[in-house]
Design a protein around this ligand. Structure first.
Ligand code: FCB
Length: 481
């Protein structure tokens, strides 16, 4: 890359000046304090308390206790040296039943968080909706109801009024596709439906929610404050000529179904008709609202998917049938590394998604709003957490970002997922994604080796060469509050 010169480390490559470094979390995954200060119940409270939904029956009732420890979390961010923090706001803390009177105590928590971030020179990046719908709205039909989209916009307006002068960037909705797919098709996430008709309606209404929330934020915020959406497109790779059509179909069903309406104002014609919202639900003007210009696209990237032909009656290790496509399987090529989630590690997938979105959005700024991996982290007898897999993952994916930048893609920032180990949805606390290890017994946050590695990159603005040179852990644990 013909970028600016480096500070002299041999082979290090430099990120552009102004590249925004950050880390992210979401409300239900870290806050806990589910019954405090007037917070209403969300669909994740109800879902996680339903037997058989979350591994080992865990819930977000306490999580990382961030509601009481925001100072600790901000101290971690300051130690990393990042310029920005991506967090989400719990709708039911601010509007306990999803609409109506504002719960001032709930808003005060976010005000305090935002002030603490600002005091440390860290830009607050707020997500309006990261999956925790107020249960009261689910009881009225949830995302299958059009009203929910309008209520999201009203809630966004409340946030813009209360926090608009302090939050530096907004994303409306996090990964609408996962809400639809896991929440309404598979039932593996809240609200746990398995109903294609509801899913098709939810797809349209959550995207409409994005469009209406975008309008509401724009109406209330100063023009300089960027607003975007976080999408999670992932490559579908066909192995063998015969799998190409299936891969294209999966791309339409899982990626284009959200990307196309937002970027082009259309639903993909070749997506499975059962997944597409019926025309009757799409009112005049909806697609114009959904495709109104955003200031940036947030990209959440973790892994690619591989498909090939396979025998459903004699599946091999790592193969799963592709629903509706008899004779085809998704599989994990054994020669490729995977994480403890069973997710393939493939930085080229990030490069591919960045270049594709660059092309399709005609050069909009892209922020990687999530990227990271779970690993079997543990504190060793010396007190260190030696998460070399995560160091390698970060190195590989930032290398992909540098390649995309070199090819002219406007990648404006990177937010590592996650700042902290947290409640990983249906996996509960069994999956650790953090740069900081959370000892759930004491709630102490301990920097992993990856935290030191990432802090080095953030501070120097450079990716070290080849095998990452990992410094000895220079970061001290954040004291208990
Ligand atoms: C993403 C979610 C995020 C986190 C990561 C691992 O899909 O947006 O909350 O759970 O996966």
């Amino acid at each position: 890359m013909n970028g600016p010169t480096t500070n002299g480390a041999p082979g290090a490559r430099r990120f552009p000046d102004g590249f925004l470094w950050g880390a992210g979390t979401s409300a239900y995954q870290i806050e806990g304090a589910v019954n405090e200060d007037g917070r209403g119940r969300s669909i994740w409270d109800v879902f996680s308390h339903t037997p058989g939904t979350v591994r080992t029956g865990e819930t977000g009732d306490i999580a990382c206790d961030s509601y009481h420890r925001l100072g600790d979390d901000v101290a971690c961010l300051a130690e990393l040296g990042v310029g920005a923090y991506r967090f989400s706001i719990a709708w039911s803390r601010v509007l306990p039943s999803g609409r109506g009177p504002v719960n001032q105590a709930g808003l005060d928590y976010y005000r305090a968080l935002v002030d603490e971030l600002r005091a440390h020179g860290i830009v607050p990046v707020a997500t309006v909706y990261h999956w925790d719908l107020p249960q009261a709205l689910e009881d009225e039909g949830g995302w299958a109801s059009r009203d929910t989209a309008e209520l999201l916009a009203q809630y966004a307006a409340v946030l813009a009024d209360a926090l608009g002068d302090r939050v530096g960037m907004w994303t409306t909705v996090n990964e609408p596709q996962q809400t639809v797919h896991q929440g309404y098709r598979l039932g593996t996430h809240a609200p746990g439906h398995r109903d294609l008709r509801l899913a098709a309606a939810a797809a349209h209404h959550i995207l409409l929610g994005h469009g209406l929330a975008l309008q509401a934020l724009r109406a209330a915020l100063p023009a300089r404050v960027p607003v975007g959406i976080a999408l999670d497109p992932h490559p579908y790779r066909a192995v063998g000529e015969d799998a190409k059509l299936v891969a294209t179909q999966l791309d339409a069903d899982q990626n284009r179904i959200c990307v196309d309406p937002v970027l082009h104002g259309t639903y993909p014609a070749h997506a499975n008709p059962e997944l597409l919202p019926p025309d009757a639900l799409i009112h005049e003007g909806d697609l114009t609202a959904i495709s109104a210009p955003v200031d940036f696209i947030g990209v959440n990237y973790y892994r690619p998917h591989y498909v090939r032909s396979g025998d459903w009656s004699n599946l091999r290790l790592g193969e799963t049938p592709v629903p509706d496509h008899p004779g085809f399987v998704e599989y994990l090529p054994p020669e490729r590394p995977q994480t403890v989630m069973g997710w393939l590690v493939e930085p080229d997938g990030l490069y591919e998604i960045l270049t594709r979105l660059h092309r399709e959005s005609r050069g909009l700024p892209l922020y990687i709003t999530e990227n990271g991996c779970a690993a079997e982290d543990y504190v060793n007898p010396d007190g260190d957490i030696n998460d070399v897999e995560r160091v390698d993952y970060i190195h590989g994916h930032l290398d992909a970002v540098l390649r995309a930048l070199a090819d002219g893609v406007d990648v404006a920032g990177y937010f590592h997922w996650s700042l902290l180990d947290n409640f990983e949805w249906a996996w509960g606390y069994r999956r650790r994604f953090g740069l900081y290890y959370v000892d759930y017994g004491t709630q102490r946050r301990l920097p992993k080796r990856s935290a030191a590695f990432y802090a080095g990159i953030v501070r120097s603005g450079e990716l070290p060469a080849l095998d990452p040179v990992v410094p000895e852990l220079p970061l001290a644990p954040v004291a208990e509050s």
